[in-house]
Design a protein around this ligand. Structure first.
Ligand code: SPV
Ligand code: MG
Length: 431
């Protein structure tokens, strides 16, 4: 019998999948590949059930020969091992980033005369509903909240992009690029105090209050599924922070990062040009410990942000604080710098990692932007946050459009660089 290979990346089997299997069986014995969690997250699907359960689910499909695990989005390993005579897939991967996977399969099969069979993809109302129920499940607090911790175990470096509205959330949710035959996308969202305040035309001084920040988070949550890290500024009074921890947890936020400053907080990128006061180690540890005591799930993370390098208090101070904050219960530490050269950040990471191999390290490479995610990861960084780049790219574009319309007394001259109206009205998903 000929061997037929079908890769599945789903938590629910619907009639579309069964149709693919029915067709596949006509060509020979069917082997199903279950995409691993590590591969799934690159494929813009986040698993809602563990790999073992997916394997069991696929095994129960009638007439299946066997189920194997496919560890990578691309098919090299699995095709080299199985040498299937046929690969069967829905025809919905001909365009967009997934076309790279299709090309990869075609190339691998052509090397030994294997064939690709494409089945018209079933996309009826029932299948659409199952798809959207799956998405809805991922957006629920219990799934979203734990997803950051899951990601820390699944990927060497969690890539986070800022979002400050529904539309920026959608950009972080949906942007996928194909790069050297791999798919790449952001893992999580950062609700930046700078960008949230800027979007409201306000300074980044904790003026935009928690109710308003929660409203922003809710706008983002309504249309996305990826995990959210909140920039919690100083965390405010400990007596208030504990309530906010509970609220964030309940909403499904995955982590809050609080910085060890006190009094009137100003943005860190001002450094020592403005007056800023660092909290004492003792006070800040108390705030962390109180937050940890208040939280109800094991999933929520309180990450302590160290401002010693920003405030030029030196490496020893930064390290002493990092160790104390971890001791007080912090689930991660964020080290910040406004130097263009990443060396002080790397020095900190190397020293911190010399005696703490596990606590996640978060960095925000806004100033030291020449360093890549892989280089940071090689120094023990676990989470990289692109904290303000969407805001900073949109603002000059909007300003230029406003100026040009004033200059030309009409909108024709700017139209070529605008998103077509048809595209903007289809950008948003309809229920
Ligand atoms: C933010 O994005 O608001 C941050 C990071 O806190 S930074 O602006 O670099 O301080
Ligand atoms: Mg901030």
């Amino acid at each position: 019998m000929a061997k037929v290979y079908v890769c599945f990346c789903t938590d629910v089997i619907h009639e579309g999948h069964l149709n693919i299997i029915e067709q596949a069986k006509k060509y020979g014995d069917v082997v199903i590949g279950a995409l691993s969690d590590e591969a799934l997250i690159k494929y813009n699907r986040f698993p809602t059930i563990p790999l073992e359960e997916r394997v069991e689910l696929y095994k129960r499909i009638d007439g299946i020969d066997s189920v194997v695990v496919q560890n990578t989005v691309m098919y090299e390993d699995v095709i080299n091992e199985l040498h299937p005579d046929y690969v069967v897939h829905g025809d919905n991967w001909k365009s967009g980033p997934e076309a790279a996977i299709r090309n990869n399969v075609i190339k691998l099969l052509s090397a030994y005369g294997g064939k690709l069979i494409e089945i018209p993809y079933t996309y009826n109302e029932k299948v659409k509903k199952i798809d959207s129920q799956l998405k809805e499940k991922l957006s629920m607090p219990e799934y979203r909240r734990r997803r950051l911790r899951q990601l820390l175990n699944l990927t060497p470096v969690v890539k986070v992009m800022e979002a400050h509205s529904g539309i920026t959330g959608l950009i972080v949710e949906k942007t996928v690029v194909e790069e050297n035959g791999e798919l790449n996308q952001f893992d999580a969202m950062w609700v930046s105090s700078l960008c949230d305040s800027t979007a409201k035309g306000k300074p980044d001084i904790e003026l935009v209050d928690m109710s308003s920040r929660l409203r922003t988070i809710d706008d983002i949550m309504e249309v996305t599924t990826k995990p959210i890290i909140l920039d919690g500024d100083t965390g405010g009074l400990t007596e208030h922070f504990v309530y906010n921890v509970r609220t964030l947890e309940r909403m499904g936020v995955s982590a809050v990062i609080i910085e060890d400053k006190t009094g009137l907080k100003k943005n860190s990128l001002f450094g020592t040009e403005v007056e800023q006061t660092q909290d004492s180690i003792e006070n800040f540890c108390e705030k962390i410990a109180a937050g940890k005591k208040a939280q109800l799930t094991d999933e929520f993370m309180i990450i302590a942000r160290i401002e010693s390098l920003i405030l030029e208090k030196g490496m020893d101070d930064a390290l002493a604080r990092a160790r104390a904050y971890v001791e007080a219960g912090a689930d991660g530490i964020m080290i910040h710098s406004r130097k263009k050269d990443p060396s002080e950040i790397l020095e900190f990471c190397d020293l911190f990692r010399s005696d703490d191999k596990d606590t996640p390290i978060v960095v925000v490479p806004s100033s030291f932007n020449t360093i890549t995610e892989a280089e940071l990861a090689s120094h023990g960084v676990s989470i990289v946050i692109y904290a303000n780049q969407l805001t900073r790219s949109a603002f000059p574009a909007m300003q230029k459009t406003a100026e040009d319309i004033l200059r030309f007394h009409r909108a024709k001259e700017v139209d070529d660089r605008l998103m077509p109206i048809k595209e903007i009205i289809t950008l948003i998903d309809e229920i």
